[in-house]
Write a protein that binds this ligand. Structure first.
Ligand code: NAD
Length: 501
């Protein structure tokens, strides 16, 4: 069983199936690394397809009873889990920082969003209610029932080990489905910790299951006839594969992909007010958020000059170091490492490419001062100016602390830059003008829009999701649409005649 303590020893992870922690039978294991130090902190099984199938069988068996449990009873374990998550918030946040490398404030915010999603799902007895049309025709009534569908599965990315699974899991359970989650093999410790909290929350065995692993487990989720649906979050390359495979297998799916989010700065923006917001958006989580901004578009020559100067200066103030170093506990703008040596190599390659394609390296974070232990995968903030649309550093999701600044001659040109980009997750505008703000929210082809808000990640009661290559499914996470995803709308048309009495 997982221990609920943050220890420095190496944790050997297990799977959680049918109410029990079990050892994987696989011969393949991966080391889990602390990206801030390079130290090995865990060992994760790359479970087999057969192990995934066993978990799905257990969830399918559990579904036969769980679907019958009244909605008000079904949410009781979620109320309990919500309290446990709050009580363990700091331990979970520290575990996220340990294996992912993000700062503690970022990790705490992530845990809070997981809690929020549980709180919203606790309202399922109201949210799941169907509709009735009395008098659909003469003497005939119509009813829409929202019924649970079976076993839902989830394939998670590395960048939000606590939050992303909770975009789905509480809703799936509260609507009467059962669940199997596969955490990212790069950050599996957090979900194991959370699974223990779930295990302690009075859910019947088999309702929630966890299988560690990689592609084989994910593929087994998509191919198993007993799986009712798959939620995927990760790169667009894999999201496209997941969408194709689930469609071919006639499975419901959510497939959320990568991003390249733009921040448009209009001439009337209050630069002094928003610069910190921009910096947090670009460098929070070392740029490894799907809602991180990485492309700033300044409208007009004067705005461009002012943005380049202020943004470059503010980037220099960001501190770089291990987020769990107690000496850095009070740093308000601290950036940890990127996730792996491989990710760092890719980001350094993109920086070389930016230089080669003629952008100006206005601030070079490659040899940034790292406070304390510097063995991890650190890169300081990088700023490119004189960037043109279509350069590789503009087209590619770099997923690291690399910000680029482009110039647009007008609002229309700025929106055009966004709309021609392959990704459409989020975009923000900084302006005092209601006119520009209104046009931006209507015209920018992105799923999530910020008006003077640099990270427009919607709160749990609202839907979350992108457009274009940022999302390969119609259904977003959170909000009402997620309830549709997790339920079957069955439509009943009924009539009765008067009896004999
Ligand atoms: P990734 O695509 O490498 O991996 C995601 C998951 O998919 C992992 O669990 C992995 O084991 C699994 N996987 C890998 N190859 C697979 C395959 N061929 N078939 C099935 N499953 C496979 O993504 P990542 O690097 O862990 O996460 C970062 C990416 O996630 C970024 O692109 C980021 O923008 C994106 N992301 C998007 C959102 C969103 O809401 N759109 C949110 C968070 C992260």
């Amino acid at each position: 069983m997982m221990t609920n303590t943050l220890s420095t020893s190496i944790q050997t992870l297990q799977n959680y199936v049918n109410g029990r922690w079990i050892d994987s039978t696989t011969t393949q294991w991966l080391e889990v690394e602390n990206p801030s130090t390079g130290e090995v902190i865990g060992s994760v099984p790359i479970s087999t397809a057969a192990e995934a199938s066993d978990a799905i069988d257990a969830a399918h068996q559990a579904f036969q009873q769980w679907r019958e449990v009244p909605a008000t009873t079904r949410v009781q374990p979620l109320f309990e889990l919500t309290q446990k998550l709050k009580a363990h918030e700091e331990s979970i946040a520290r575990l996220v920082s340990l294996e992912n490398g993000k700062s503690l404030p970022d990790a705490r915010a992530e845990v809070k969003r997981a809690v929020e999603n549980c709180e919203v799902a606790c309202g399922m007895p109201v949210l799941q209610q169907g509709d009735t049309l009395i008098g659909a025709a003469s003497g005939i009534d119509g009813q829409v029932l929202r019924l649970p569908r079976g076993v839902y599965t989830m394939i998670a990315p590395f960048n939000f080990p606590a939050m992303v699974p909770f975009w789905f899991l509480p809703y799936a359970l509260a609507t009467g489905n059962t669940y199997v989650v596969k955490p990212s093999e790069r950050v599996p410790l957090t979900m194991s910790y959370l699974a223990q909290l779930i295990a302690d929350s009075d859910l019947p065995p088999g309702v929630f299951n966890l299988v560690n692993g990689s592609v084989d487990v994910a593929t087994a989720f998509m191919d198993n006839p007993k799986t009712a649906g798959v939620s995927f979050v990760g790169t667009s390359r894999v999201a496209a594969l997941v969408a194709q495979r689930c469609a071919a297998n006639n499975k419901r799916f959510q497939a959320m992909g990568g991003a390249k989010n733009h921040l448009v700065v209009m001439p009337d923006a209050q630069l002094d007010q928003v610069i910190r917001n921009m910096i947090t958006s670009c460098y929070g989580c070392a740029g490894q958020r799907c809602m991180a901004s990485s492309a700033v578009v300044a409208v007009g020559d004067d705005t461009y000059r002012r943005v380049c100067a202020a943004f470059t200066e503010a980037s220099k103030q960001v501190k770089v170091g291990d987020p769990l170093n107690p000496a850095l506990a009070n740093e308000s703008m601290l950036m940890g490492p990127v996730i792996s040596a491989k990710a760092k190599q890719f980001i350094l390659g993109m920086i070389e490419q930016g230089i080669a394609e003629g952008a100006t390296l206005a601030h070079d974070g490659r040899n940034a001062k790292v406070i304390g232990d510097h063995r991890g995968h650190f890169i300081g903030p990088v700023v490119f100016t004189d960037v043109k649309p279509g350069m590789a550093i503009h087209k590619t999701e770099i997923f690291g602390p690399v910000a680029i600044i482009l110039k647009a001659r007008s609002f229309d040109e700025a929106v055009n830059i966004i709309n021609e980009h392959q990704y459409g997750n989020g975009a923000s505008i900084y302006t005092q003008s209601g006119y520009w703000a209104r046009r931006f929210k209507l015209e920018a082809q992105c799923g999530m829009i910020g008006i003077n808000v640099g990270i427009p990640a919607p709160v749990a009661p609202l839907p979350f999701g992108g457009m274009k290559s940022s999302q390969f499914s119609a259904v977003k996470t959170q909000g009402r649409s997620t309830i549709h995803f997790f339920t079957e709308e069955k439509i009943v048309t009924e009539r009765f005649w008067a009896g004999d009495e």
